[in-house]
Design a protein around this ligand. Structure first.
Ligand SMILES: [Zn+2]
Ligand SMILES: [Zn+2]
Length: 420
């Protein structure tokens, strides 16, 4: 018989892993709602065109990483590689522009990219994503950055700091790109083949080349800050001022760029102490041109996304204790087959009073009590024929083994008292 394995780059998140996921998702949800963000859930697949336009034709995601296929109706469908394009599509399609601005939305769920599998990187991964739509103010940038900060700080991450840059706007960026391309032409023999290619297609991306050979060229490259227009420069200065006033540490990172026209002004990452050196845990920025590009009215927006697999990995590495998922406190034990139905009726009765319980499916008294222990129950309810005839049940405290026979009518009150 063929044995099946999970597809490369995917993860089975088993029950023992779930406390981490519950903890992270609960916490992110709490912070997002506290900041006034509303949840939005969208299809995990969309029209392929949405992503090729909304993410950008000349990006790694669109060129190499999308899960795209023709469905049975010959429609080209893509599993979402990120959230923003879908959220913008929904914002436009559902007429959300009439809502009070900014519209603040968050989502949590899986996304898909055909990437080379490596530690902490998966082809199906999960993201928390937040978007603040409809404000050009640097306060909007600050608000999303603070929310990202609060999430990581509250999850127990240490040594948090922002990395920050401005990528300008369609007015000032082309001038900078020309200067950058000119500089790279003078150093073309010193850079890797990838950078030579990028220079023609998406020049800003040479700045995030990881190849050793390119590092000295990047370090000495002209910096975008010196080429921002007045509007972008003021926006950037205001945002830095707000961060200074709040005492949030940040580093200007000239290499932090997103080479597409609809990304504007602010780009940021949150860095935290991870496994070894400090590294990025989340990234975001402003995309004032995207909504227009996808068919809406010109609408400034800013957002960020964070991968949850990495957060789980880092929580474990930092040995952050997460609360376990509570086990049902009651375990119902029956003595003999004829007691199965009365035992189940007892369980139905306590469940109706919001007291959670398990029931054994079979087994001797000893084996059922062993199951109760293994499942982490606090109390066992033992029902034999004698008890049933008297309308009673044995309530056994599994911590100390003390047990009493009590009336079934008084059971819910007694359990509620003991569990409170
Ligand atoms: Zn500008
Ligand atoms: Zn390079």
């Amino acid at each position: 018989m063929t044995k099946f394995s999970r597809p490369t780059g995917t993860l089975d998140i088993l029950p023992e892993e779930q406390p981490y996921w519950d903890y992270i998702i609960d916490y992110m949800t709490k912070v997002a709602r506290g900041y006034g963000f509303q949840p939005i859930s969208l299809p995990i697949f969309e029209d392929t065109q949405l992503f090729s336009r909304g993410v950008g034709e000349v990006t790694d995601i669109v060129e190499k990483e999308m899960y795209s296929f023709l469905d049975k109706g010959d429609n080209s469908i893509t599993l979402r590689p990120e959230f923003t394009a879908g959220i913008v599509r929904a914002y436009i399609e559902n007429g959300m522009q009439v809502e009070p601005k900014p519209v603040k939305l968050y989502s949590i769920g899986p996304a898909f990219r055909y990437e080379r599998p490596q530690a902490g990187r998966f082809r199906q991964f999960h993201q928390f994503n937040a978007e603040l739509i409809g404000s050009p103010s640097p306060l909007a940038d600050l608000e999303t950055m603070l929310m990202a900060w609060d999430i990581y700080n509250g999850l127990g991450f240490k040594d948090l700091a922002f990395q920050l840059n401005s990528t300008g706007c369609p007015k000032c960026r082309p001038g900078y790109v020309n200067v950058l391309v000119e500089y790279y032409r003078e150093h073309i023999d010193e850079v890797c083949d990838n950078c030579k290619r990028r220079l023609a297609q998406n020049p800003l991306r040479v700045l995030d080349c990881k190849s050793d050979q390119c590092q000295p060229v990047i370090a000495a490259a002209p910096k975008i800050q010196e080429h921002l227009c007045a509007e972008c420069a003021t926006h950037f200065a205001d945002l830095r001022g707000f961060l200074d006033d709040l005492g949030r540490p940040y580093t200007i990172n000239h290499r932090l760029v997103r080479g597409l026209d609809y990304y504007t002004k602010t780009v940021f990452e949150v860095w935290a102490e991870g496994i070894g050196a400090q590294s990025a845990v989340c990234g975001g920025g402003r995309y004032d041109g995207l909504i227009e590009l996808l068919g809406g009215a010109h609408t400034p927006a800013v957002g960020f996304a964070t991968g949850l697999e990495r957060v789980v990995m880092l929580l474990k590495a930092q040995e952050v204790a997460v609360p376990p998922i509570p086990a049902p406190p009651v375990f119902v034990v029956f003595l003999g087959k004829q007691m199965r139905s009365p035992a189940m009726q007892l369980l139905v009765q306590i469940r109706a009073a919001d007291i959670n319980g398990h029931i054994a499916m079979s087994g001797s008294l000893k084996s059922q009590l062993r199951q109760a222990d293994k499942r982490g129950a606090r109390f066992a309810l033992i029902l034999g024929e004698d008890e049933a005839l008297r309308g009673e049940v044995i309530l056994r405290d599994l911590k100390d083994g003390a047990q009493v026979s009590i009336s079934q009518a008084a059971l819910v009150d007694e359990l509620s008292r003991r569990l409170s």
